[in-house]
Ligand binder design. Structure first.
Ligand code: HEM
Ligand code: HEM
Length: 171
């Protein structure tokens, strides 16, 4: 498959937009610590776990071993893109790979610390809620970089990255 025709499989697309919608709802809309907030957070954990399990069995660019994080490779890739204005990777490129592993770690840490703050072990411990807030803000910072990087890369390489998370154009 060439890069031009590539679309992420249905598991990646559904888990991506569900995670994005629930994360943003919990960050901006739901009552902090309320019932809906807690449920949305638990669903985010489940959805990210489904995506990670899918990454163990899929034989496609969605496979986790297809985008192992490597800082030297990411820097090399960024240099190449700046010079050639081309990104030939089908699936996640090495710079995206780092961001994606970081986002998964931060999302799970956000929801995990929220869950822990509600358990008997950490009930009433202010530092756990503060840790939860820290992770929520760190995830938001990573998401902002994620979206900015997609806009910048799309302009630089003239490739519509968002399309790969949507659907195949007709015809
Ligand atoms: C995607 C997942 C989540 C996001 C983005 C998120 C985000 C946030 C944010 C931004 C706050 C406000 C922090 C502050 O300024 O004090 C907050 C508070 C809180 N969250 Fe979450 N949260 C998530 C999941 C969860 C889960 C799974 C639980 C528990 C099961 C939870 C329980 C709480 C609690 C107890 C508070 C503190 C409310 C208070 O100040 O009394 N959160 N969350
Ligand atoms: C309007 C907002 C967003 C857009 C346009 C967008 C777009 C994209 C695109 C195009 C990719 C594939 C990148 C590639 O080709 O390597 C991607 C991947 C990803 N995005 Fe977003 N995204 C958005 C919001 C979010 C949010 C809010 C989160 C997290 C809360 C998020 C987390 C991820 C993750 C974890 C991946 C990796 C997907 C996987 O391999 O399963 N995104 N996003």
């Amino acid at each position: 498959m060439t890069k031009k025709d590539f679309i992420w499989d249905i598991v990646v697309r559904v888990t991506h937009w569900t995670t994005a919608a629930l994360f943003l709802s919990n960050y901006f809309l739901t009552e902090e610590g309320g019932q809906l907030h807690q449920w949305f957070g638990y669903i985010v954990i489940a959805v990210v776990c489904i995506r990670l399990l899918w990454g163990l069995i899929a034989r496609s660019p969605a496979r986790l071993s297809a985008f192992k994080p490597s800082v030297p490779q990411a820097l090399e890739h960024l240099k190449e893109v700046l010079v050639t204005k081309k990104d030939e990777h089908v699936g996640h490129n090495p710079a995206g790979a780092i961001m994606i592993w970081l986002m998964w770690f931060l999302i799970l840490s956000t929801a995990g610390s929220g869950w822990l703050s509600e358990t008997d072990w950490f009930w009433g411990e202010d530092w756990m809620v503060e840790l939860h807030e820290f992770f929520a803000n760190a995830t938001m910072a990573a998401v902002t970089i994620h979206i900015s990087a997609i806009i910048l890369m799309s302009k630089l390489t003239k490739f519509a990255y968002v399309r790969t998370m949507l659907w195949r154009p007709r015809g």
